[in-house]
Design a protein around this ligand. Structure first.
Ligand code: NAD
Length: 470
């Protein structure tokens, strides 16, 4: 493939924008690419454009960046489209969560068994699913050979929906599996030498293989749990060695990885005290009131920092981004300072898989990636037409899923994955029929519902507010 055309939709994303640009600048095979940055927020778009151009020039990569607020222009002629847009933003998520809480639904009506993640709205964010459909339909006509890479949530519902109802080449990605890298660090195991496999659905993945040089690394993992009586999290996301993870490992028979630990049953989530007991003090995990505030403050900080750095560079273009980042490093939260220091290190990629995927397809670089695609027999015991998450070898020939071996335990299939998939089916049916009474039906099956009236009033109120964002 010659010069590659990549479009980033929702390019102002706090989570993704600079990670994707810096990965791109470190991928020699994609040098000379043309990147279209698309966002509906003028200020975010402008800031990312300034920083992207500066980063590429300081890293010595000839990448052309253009911006647009027009989605049709953004997808025209694209080879790869990355969707990171969050329609309605975090403001929508908070408003809907607060309405749910007023009606007795702690952490909102979208917090459901096996789906507790606070920006993974499946019941109410029809906007987000509608936007994904619009994008995929546009690709069908404007760039039918392009790949659509879903970064935005909900990845399980979104990937399944688009694969079932459009002809776009869709693949979903989540960085949650990288928690395994952190687990290996804590176990003093070199991640690159470990033989591992994860499998399941997005935010519900399980460590199916785990060995090093023929030795079962599960033994080391279990020993670490038993030494860990005084465990405390270092940040709200740090839950791999929490009592919740330990319980899940014992009950389901495999280690839950990344967001899977957050996505457990109500037994860990009834209220803040319960959350603290299972996910550690002081936050009670990232999906509690305090934990989520910690995360959204961090995202707000990132957006503000990018805007300020872009403003400085607009006024004083001779300044270097590397120098500016160094100057502010001491004011940054620790994780962010560490991440910012990697932007300019050509040997450290962000861990996001979008750019490695594009490189694998465009340049036939065989790469092992964890992808979300339709099951089609990969995980036995699950339906074929739902998006699963598992490793694959990606190359210009496409995506070849790894054999899942051994099969996932029945306990995981029947007690975790199938119930989660059923909730997805309910949510998708309600979305496709635009039938809010089906959302009420979901709430009738929710242990927080004490009366029909409570569920009906909550749903009416939530969708009245949601309509503002259409
Ligand atoms: P964010 O609000 O910071 O960024 C989203 C961007 O989308 C904003 O710049 C916004 O202006 C833009 N946007 C909103 N509506 C748009 C529209 N109609 N057209 C174009 N752009 C639009 O959000 P974030 O925290 O960066 O999260 C983005 C998404 O990524 C969310 O869905 C989040 O849940 C998801 N996420 C996924 C992963 C993963 O590994 N897959 C990890 C973290 C977050």
């Amino acid at each position: 493939m010659g010069s590659t055309n990549i479009s980033i939709i929702g390019a102002g994303s706090a989570v993704f924008s600079m990670r994707l640009v810096s990965d791109l600048c470190k991928t020699p095979g994609l040098s000379g690419s043309r990147v279209t940055l698309m966002d509906k927020d003028e200020n975010r778009l402008k800031a990312v454009h300034v920083l992207a151009r500066k980063l590429a020039s300081e890293l010595g990569h000839p990448i052309e960046f253009v911006t647009t607020k027009d989605i049709e222009k953004a997808v025209e002629g694209a080879d790869f489209v990355i969707n990171a847009a969050l329609v309605g933003g975090h403001t929508f998520l908070s408003e809907i969560r607060e309405i749910g809480e007023r009606f007795g639904y702690y952490r909102g009506i979208d917090s459901q068994e096996f789906n507790m993640v606070s920006d993974y709205y499946t019941l109410t964010n029809w906007n987000q699913l509608e936007f994904m459909m619009k994008l995929a339909k546009l690709l069908e006509t404007r760039s039918p050979n392009a790949w659509l890479l879903l970064a935005a949530n909900p990845v399980l519902e979104g990937t399944t929906l688009l694969k079932r109802h459009t002809n776009a080449n869709v693949v979903g990605f989540c960085h949650g599996f990288l928690a395994l890298e952190e687990i290996c660090r804590k176990l003093d195991l070199e991640f690159s030498k470990v033989d591992w496999q994860v499998a399941g659905v997005n935010h519900g993945i399980w460590l199916n293989h785990f060995s090093l040089g023929g030795t079962d690394a599960y033994k080391i993992l279990k020993e670490k749990f038993s030494e860990n009586a005084d465990w405390r999290p270092s940040n709200p996301f740090d839950d791999s060695f929490s009592p919740a993870a330990r319980y899940m490992l014992d009950f389901y028979g495999l280690m839950p990885i990344g967001d899977t630990i957050r996505n457990s049953s109500w037994a860990f989530h009834y209220d803040i005290e319960t959350k603290k007991r299972w996910y550690g003090e002081p936050w009670g995990g990232v999906d509690s009131e305090e934990g989520w505030r910690w995360y959204t403050d961090l995202l707000g900080f990132v957006v503000k920092m990018f805007r300020e750095l872009a403003m400085i560079l607009e006024k004083e273009p001779e300044k270097s981004l590397r120098g500016l980042l160094k100057n502010v490093a001491s004011e940054l939260p620790e994780d962010l300072a560490r991440e910012a220091s990697t932007f300019f290190n050509p040997n450290i990629m962000s861990g996001e898989q979008h750019i490695p995927f594009i490189n694998a397809i465009a340049n036939d670089e065989k790469t092992r990636l964890v992808v979300n695609v339709l099951n089609n027999g990969t995980i036995r015991g699950l339906p074929d037409d739902i998006a699963i998450e598992a490793p694959a070898i990606v190359s210009s020939a496409g995506i070849k899923m790894e054999e899942i071996y051994p099969d996932l335990p029945e306990r995981i299939i029947k007690w975790y994955l199938l119930p989660r998939i059923l909730r997805m089916e309910w949510a998708l049916e309600a979305f496709l029929k635009k039938d809010t009474s089906l959302i009420t039906e979901v709430l009738f099956r929710d242990p927080r519902t004490k009366s029909r009236e409570q569920a009906e009033r909550a749903v009416a109120e939530v969708f009245r507010a949601a309509r503002k964002y259409y």
